[in-house]
Design a binder for this molecule. Structure first.
Ligand code: FES
Length: 191
């Protein structure tokens, strides 16, 4: 006997809706997995120009960095940004200038899978260059995306046109920033 004709229209519609929901769930799971895998598979690629080696000095057993601002054209205007990638440092740095006398220096690794961050001055935020595009505020806090932890925001001072970055302290103690631990923050693998 053919049971097909006994399936009523509402039942058929329910089955179709359930089927579509299942397909949507599988597609969403695949997309999430693809994004996750994509972030993991991509390499760290700097998004901003690199500060010339002669424009900065790594001091104090790699615990601080001084930058001669006059020698970094990318930071000459408000909104500028530049990176420092140096094997003596445990992390790549992203130096930004959100305001005339305001410099914000962060670890330029997204806390999702370590991919490079770029600075978006119009939105005053950092954005991951990888597939999932996690976003972070100038205080390091996560604003969006899959990243769960804040990025490091280092303490800075400016004196005589020299920017000093203290890699042993965060800009706002007690804030979201996971403060580095000085010498104990040993160089780790940089993705
Ligand atoms: S590495 Fe995946 S969002 Fe940044």
């Amino acid at each position: 006997m053919n049971t097909q004709r006994f399936v009523t229209e509402p039942v058929r519609r329910r089955r179709t809706a359930a089927g579509l929901a299942a397909v949507a769930m599988v597609a969403a799971a695949s997309l999430a997995s693809m994004i996750q895998t994509g972030c993991a598979a991509l390499r760290y690629t700097p998004q901003e120009a690199q500060v010339a080696p002669e424009a900065y000095t790594v001091t104090g057993d790699s615990l601080s960095v001084t930058v001669a601002l006059a020698r970094v054209p990318e930071l000459a205007a408000v909104g500028g940004a530049a990176t420092i990638i140096d094997e003596r440092l445990s992390r790549h740095l992203l130096i930004t200038r959100p305001g005339t006398d305001e410099y914000v220096v962060v670890s330029s690794h997204c806390t999702h899978f370590g991919r490079a961050l770029s600075y978006e001055h119009d939105k005053r935020r950092f954005r991951c260059s990888s597939l999932s595009h996690s976003e972070f505020g100038l205080d390091g806090a996560v604003l969006g995306g899959p990243a769960e932890g804040p990025i490091m925001v280092y303490r800075t001072t400016v004196e005589n046109d020299t920017l000093c970055v203290d890699l042993t302290a965060c800009a706002a103690p007690g804030a979201a920033c996971p403060c580095p631990r000085g010498a104990a923050d040993a160089p780790s693998e940089i993705p």
